[in-house]
Design a protein around this ligand. Sequence first.
Ligand SMILES: O=C[C@H](O)COP(=O)(O)O
Length: 252
Amino acid sequence: MRKKIVAANWKMNLTLAQGEKLVNELLQSGIQLDAHKEVVIAAPFPYLIIVKELLKGHPGFYVAAQNVAAEKAGAFTGEVNAEMLHSIHTDFVIIGHSERRELFGDSNAIVAKKIDLSLSHGLKPIFCCGEPLEVRKAGTQNAFVAKQLEEGLFHLTVAQLKNVVIAYEPIWAIGTGLTASSAQAQDMHAFIRSQVASKYGAAAANNLSILYGGSVKAANAAELFACEDVDGGLVGGASLVAAEFAGIVKSI
Ligand SMILES: O=C[C@H](O)COP(=O)(O)O
């Protein structure tokens, strides 16, 4: 049975005090996780150690970095590498988020390097993919996402893929209040799973968690998560309010 996962992506928001308050409120919000459900908090780098500490003793809660360097180590001022993240017990890392792709030049080739370095240091990548509005309007979203998968992810072995989570985030739905309909989400998730099945076989595809991201909130989470191939969400804005995020987690 594949894992159901809800991940909070705080992006570049919250002071440390606000982040600590949010985590504490979340832990007190009555979330019940079984062995097949996980909550991941992608906090800014400086808070990772502290958030990890706050989550201690709460099984099923994990921390993620929002990015990782594409280089191993060395003279790369301002970068944080996979080994460093592992050394502070980071569990997951978001790779290839559309904001990184669009604003910071993360190409499919760079994404592939980040995936490799993360896996080789025991981090679980949350690989993001998704099309911009013009591609959706042209109806070529499947080909667009297939290329992202092919160039960013499909060089992995089947054993490596076991430690990867995919997040499908249509760019037109991120932070816009526009959510993909559950039918649009299901169609794309089923397509992604079929691509994985063709490359790695049905068992690998069935075990892979595929999250939806893009204006997920407590009010639409249950409908999205009810789709057969939607295994949870990657949540931006709504992860910054404890009650709202707890409502989303309770929908998995
Ligand atoms: O990583 C999260 C996504 O970019 C979704 O953001 P959003 O929930 O604010 O639309």
